[in-house]
Design a protein. Sequence first.
Length: 646
Amino acid sequence: MTIPKPSRLLCIFSAIIFSITTIVTIAAPASNIAIPEPTKARYSGTLKLHVDVTDIERKIHRARLSIPVTAGALTLLFPQWLPGNHAPNGNIAGLSGLTITAGGNSLAWTRDTVNVFAFHVTVPAGVTTIEAEYQYLTAVSRAQGRVLVTPDIVNLQWNSVLLYPAGYRDDGITVEASMTYPEGWEYATALDAKKVAVGNPANKVEFAAVSLSDLIDSPVYAGRFVKRFELDPASKIPVRFNVFADNAESLESTPEQIEAHRNMVKQTYKVFGPGPYSRYEFLIAASETFGGTGGLEHRQSTEIGVGAGYFTKYKDFAPSRGVVPHELVHAWDGKFSRPADLNTRNFNEPMQNSLLWVYEGQTTYWTDIIAARSGLYSPLEAREALARTFASMERRAGRTWRNLQDTTNDPIMSARDREKSWPSWQRGSDYYPEALLIWLDADIRIRELTQEKRSLDDFARTFFAVPADSFATQSYTFDDVVNTLNAVAPYDWKSFMRTRLDGLRDNNPLDTLGRSGWKIVFTDKPNVFSEAANKNRGNSDFVHSLGLVVDKKDVISDVEWGSPAFDGRITIGATLIAVNGRAYKADLLNNAIAAANVSKKPIELLIKTDDTYRTASVNYVGGIRHPHLERIEGTKDRLGTIFTPL
Ligand SMILES: [Zn+2]
């Protein structure tokens, strides 16, 4: 017997595989056939999806999908354009191990070479159901993206475990989903569970059939340490604050904290009226290890990461507290009421973001107001948050070349999770903070035009009103925004908005603040809102003096374009080693900044980039500067009125 050479071995293996596959598989379809456009027809039959999320050690979701089909060409899509992301962020590379079978026989699939989110299959005659099995490989470290699975918390986002037939709208496909989760854990979601079937294990839940759009809009959190708070206990429409944590201690809250969250719901309803839901589920991760901070909105629920100290170090978590009303407001502004160019037919049709300054910008404005009105922010925190926004937008170098309207393209332009080299010059998602200031301007303008009788509250109540009999998504255009503003207070709102959206910094000053009764001042006292965020991240903030931020590892994590640090040729990523010849400490740099204001001498910063040391000479006088609001005596305190509970 002779031992075959490696190349010969390979050929034998290929021949064996080829002979097996030709027995049971249908020939693979071409890879670039047309993908059907969504039509109004409903997909006949119900997709059945089971996801097992019990593999918390290896962070793998395992899915089994059954799809009713007819013979012929079939294209299956993996959701690419994700609502709330405003971007083609579907993680197609995470979908792995895909096999498709019909009656136990393997069916070949081919990925479309133009649209890599599409899989082509030929369904043989006589086949009425196909089964797909695959895994979704969630991020195993933060470097790979949002961590969705920890030893104590799992976040199941249905869009990452689902393929659906092309040619249909997302509300024309029905899915029955079920989930197996770790034993002894609890879960929360906006989906309704069916009654437990006899013989089903206790850790398997079957959900009632819903449309594909509602399924993807209803993620699940499951966890070991869970506490639920009713935020609207007297109402028939429950609002639940489901908190998932790394340990029991992180769940310890005070009655005052819960009361502020209950007030938040009340104050939101006073602006927007009844919500577009029959119940609302906050899915909150108070965790060190899970997915980072921030939120993702849905119509009847929201996914939020707040950090482990949310309750236990409440004072330091003001920015996280703001995420809570932000996401609830999105139930109206963003989910129920959606810009027409974002309201696409399914998850693989490209979105356009031209109205994100309403969707995100106005929501951000309401975030600060509802947080202030409910007591989630103290009056000082609310003012400091606004001072921070105003000061950073006023100095924003990128406003000199890129208008606010153009920033709405940013989610699509920016690759998934890629950080920017020069954020203050590139601008990123300024349609949040700068648009907040436009809406403050509009609010004050309405108050001025109507002798203080009307306000942006009247706009919100009309524009986002939810009819009692339908929660179906409604879409709007730029003209709809202008027309509603005109109905609240007649004015040339079209020019008002276009000037602010299309103008560059030099002919588009942010001159609203004075009319609110307050002005911006800079002192050496830290801004309490920024300080809370910086403390959590371990950052030291010199943004409004030298124009840089230093992180807890002494790495320079931000340099403002055009700032003294920029002129000293300092870049993000350099390590700050020494200040005027002494080992760097934040206090030392603060003292050096104060001393330079007297001596008028440059500050010498020893920095290390890769393996190169260099002394940067930074010319800056002006002392330590942090932004705050100061009352303009003798003027109307409109900001005080805006922040007063209704
Ligand atoms: Zn948002």
